[in-house]
Design a protein around this ligand. Structure first.
Ligand SMILES: [Zn+2]
Length: 483
């Protein structure tokens, strides 16, 4: 008995020793970036962003007419604001409004780099509730206001400011740099990024890396970390919408049968909601933990450094939060419900749409199999809606493209940590998968959760200082691409 106790005690001590050792040797992977000449833009850059925000380049819906004058007006404004870009780069227009600029590099042996962004915006509903008019571009000395100030005109303008400045210094990149600006990202991007990507593929372009919107330098958004964290998206979730439909004899609501289309559909929906797919630590979240874990307080490092032991606890921490839950599992959300026309008639059919966002590592087939098995009712018909997309493969983080972005962030935002992670929302970037495997989502601006609410919400605005640093980021990034 004593021997068994001693053995258990020794095992426990060993376990504690291993756990502590792992926590202590969970070392920071943040790189030393060295210094860089900071480019600080002047007032002209602020004026340009203000002007850019005055064009209501709104994407309403696929197949809904666009305000041609606004889009063409925006093009004209760009050619006036950035004369050197329009003199030295080759400009092409796709699908009437999307823009591709090619800045020919001096070394054709080096693969090109693609910087993408979009200049369409979502509508500014409820304009009277905005503190400043959504298309005023007002500069109050601290913020520049307007739809597109965060998503994503700021990136278009910041990239062009940086390139114009480099051209004014007679700079020529070694790699060819493509600036690809879409006009319909908010409504799927098929005519903009989709067409540009197809054309580049036709030209046999193979890019070293591509940078698009998606994440940013986040403030107070990563739990247990006080420093700003620059998140770089390295994968994107898949997309699937499924119609669940039920058809049964209807009847009079005064003497209802035990089951009806609505009742069996309701039961099926409940099963879907109550039985989510299992949570999983996918490759990009594993990378995320490797990058942020060592920066956490010691008690948290004990957990995150010992995934082999605390996997269940880590998943519990993630699944408890709304956003973090979406990072570790395929989510399901009922979005449309249709049945019935009259209060005293039992309808003969009912249908619901459930939207799934699929975790990398799983597929649309896995989701459909899961659905059939949890519903387990042949009377519910499942129909896949158009627009499904498998999750994007994870972009590597041990390649020059990621390293260049990482280093540039550390130079421009030395106070920030860098971490790769998974994109929850979708962007234009994955349209380019055929010409580039190294796709990263990062916009060089500082955002808080309050800013996130302004994106697609009321009072979108950008802090002028943050905007200015963003321009400095692109200026430095292009120079860092030479290596
Ligand atoms: Zn966007």
């Amino acid at each position: 008995m004593k021997k068994i106790l001693l053995f258990l005690l020794a095992s426990l001590c060993l376990l504690i020793a291993v756990v502590l050792f792992k926590a202590i040797s969970f070392r920071s992977v943040q790189i030393e970036a060295g210094s860089a000449d900071r480019y600080v833009p002047g007032d002209a850059a602020n004026l340009h962003l203000s002007q850019a925000l005055t064009f209501p380049t709104i994407s309403y819906a696929v197949d809904q007419a666009v305000d041609t004058a606004s889009f063409l007006g925006f093009h004209k404004f760009l050619s006036e604001a950035y004369p050197l870009v329009h003199k030295s780069l080759v400009k092409e227009v796709f699908s009437s409004f999307s823009l591709l600029y090619t800045w020919e590099g001096s070394n054709p042996d080096l693969k090109p780099v693609i910087l993408t962004a979009h200049f369409d915006v979502v509508p500014a509903a409820d304009t009277s509730s905005w503190a400043k008019k959504p298309f005023s571009g007002e500069n109050d000395g601290t913020f520049i206001w307007g739809r597109g100030a965060l998503d994503d005109k700021v990136s278009v303008i910041s990239i062009l400011e940086a390139v114009e400045k480099l051209l004014s210094e007679n700079y020529r990149p070694e790699r060819t740099i493509y600036l690809a600006f879409g006009h319909d990202e908010e409504i799927s991007g098929t005519r903009g990024a989709g067409v540009i990507a197809a054309e580049l593929k036709k030209r046999n372009v193979k890019a070293e890396f591509l940078l698009d919107e998606g994440y940013a330098v986040t403030l107070k958004m990563v739990p247990m970390i006080d420093k700003p964290v620059a998140l770089i998206g390295t994968s994107e979730k898949g997309y699937l919408s499924v119609v669940l439909s039920a058809a049964m004899a209807g009847g009079h609501s005064a003497y209802p049968a035990k089951e009806s289309a609505i009742i069996i559909l309701n039961r099926a929906l409940n099963k879907v909601i109550m039985n989510p797919m299992n949570p999983e630590i996918s490759e990009s979240i594993d990378d995320f933990i490797r990058y942020v874990g060592p920066e956490m307080p010691f008690y948290a490092r004990i957990i995150f450094a010992n995934k082999w032991l605390f996997r269940g606890l880590i998943l519990k921490i993630y699944t408890d939060g709304v956003t973090s839950n979406a990072l570790v599992r395929t989510t399901s959300a009922p979005t449309i419900l249709k049945a019935g026309v009259k209060d005293n008639v039992i309808p003969v059919s009912a249908e619901a749409v459930v939207n799934f966002r699929i975790l990398p590592g799983e597929t649309t087939t896995d989701v459909l199999e899961h659905l059939s098995s949890v519903i387990a009712d042949d009377r519910i018909k499942l129909t896949v809606m158009e627009g499904k997309r498998e999750p994007a493969q994870v972009s590597p983080i041990d390649v020059p493209g990621f390293e260049t972005i990482n280093r540039t962030i550390r130079q421009v935002y030395p106070e920030a940590l860098v971490a790769p992670t998974m994109m929850i929302a979708a962007s234009d970037s994955r349209k380019y998968l055929d010409i580039c495997r190294n796709i990263y989502n990062f916009a060089p601006i500082i955002v808080t959760s309050e800013d996130l609410a302004r994106t697609h919400g009321l009072d979108e605005r950008i802090n002028i200082e943050h905007y200015s640093r963003g321009i400095g980021f692109y200026y430095q990034l292009i120079r860092n691409c030479n290596k």
